[in-house]
Design a protein around this ligand. Structure first.
Ligand code: FFO
Ligand code: ATP
Length: 270
């Protein structure tokens, strides 16, 4: 290829790139008023014009920012795993008792008829066994998470025997198999409250979980369902061991991360 021809191809490519960048710039100018970070995860989850325009103007910068955030999250998860390994079974049991006592006194809990509760793993989380029993025995409906590769639904359990019969999944969590027909909360009246698990939380009610994005995506799905069905947004209450509360600024935040309504620890309500 002649030098002239390759110069021309490069020039054309550059002007094409400029075109996209210019488009990104104008889109950014338009998108900025909608880019209140407090609103964007709720209002424009997948179509935040400002972020999209940044991506068009500075693709490598935004891709690098996303990967660095994910690396920071991974590092924090590892640090938390080390910290939480040191928490004894006795401490988890007594902290779980404390959180249970607080939960049943919480107005949002008392007022809730349909409650989703995670089934706890053997370590590193507030144990939810007593809560599940309480919900099943009270005049409330109990839903639990059921995951596919990328999605999660909240499905009903009907009794304590039903709970005890659940097989264990690859994360050591009891979970109904996908082929079992179960009532999905979003096929009936939705939920009043979700009890949320996690790896770490802060006093600004931010959360980091195990890195699959299940709860963030579920809350967006719920928001969409609530809007279409004219229902209020579900309340979220995370349950945390005291060791899971970290200083403000420690949790790396992505735009898709959803803030919680409350966090209960054995000592405080955040
Ligand atoms: N008890 C409980 N149930 C839950 C969740 C949870 O966090 N806790 N989930 C919340 O979404 C969903 C399941 N998601 C999970 C995703 C990953 C891992 C997990 O242990 N993953 C890695 C370790 C990740 C890490 O570094 O922390 C592994 O496979 O070893 C566990 C649960 C639904 N049910
Ligand atoms: N609504 C969403 N749409 C698209 N991607 C999402 C959404 N929510 C989260 N993600 C992506 O999923 C991945 C995991 O998210 P994140 O690290 O926040 O998970 P997590 O909250 O720790 O996990 P979990 O809820 O399963 O405990 C991230 O790459 C994130 O960008």
């Amino acid at each position: 290829m002649s030098i002239e021809k390759s110069k021309m191809i490069k020039k054309r490519r550059r002007s094409k790139e400029k075109g996209w960048r210019a488009f990104g710039f104008w889109l950014g100018a338009y998108g900025r008023p909608f880019s209140n970070p407090a609103l964007s995860p709720y209002v424009f989850p997948l179509f935040d014009l400002f972020s999209f325009s940044l991506f068009l103007q500075f693709p490598w910068l935004t891709i690098n920012m996303t990967t660095s955030l994910q690396l920071l999250k991974r590092t924090l998860r590892k640090e938390m795993a080390t910290r939480l390994k040191a928490v004894t079974a006795d401490s988890i049991n007594s902290q779980s008792d404390g959180v249970f006592k607080q939960l049943i006194e919480l107005d949002e809990f008392k007022a809730s008829k349909s409650i989703s509760v995670y089934i706890s793993m053997p370590t590193c989380e507030i144990n939810t066994r007593a809560m599940i029993r309480y919900i099943l025995e009270a005049d409330k409906t109990c839903y639990i998470p059921r995951c596919t590769k990328n999605t999660m639904d909240m499905v009903k359990i009907t009794s304590w025997e039903d709970y005890l019969s659940l097989p264990i999944n690859k994360w050591d969590i009891p979970e109904p198999p996908l082929h079992q027909v179960r009532e999905n909360a979003l096929d009936v009246n939705g939920l009043d409250l979700i009890l949320v698990p996690g790896v770490a939380f802060d006093s600004d009610r931010n959360r980091i979980g195990h890195g699959k994005g299940y709860y963030d995506r579920y809350l967006l799905k719920y928001q969409d369902w609530a809007t279409r069905n004219n229902k209020p947004m579900v309340k979220t209450v995370a349950l945390a061991l005291q060791e899971q509360i970290v200083d403000l600024g420690t949790i790396p935040l992505e735009q898709t991360d959803q803030k919680l309504d409350h966090i209960l620890t054995p000592l405080q309500k955040l």
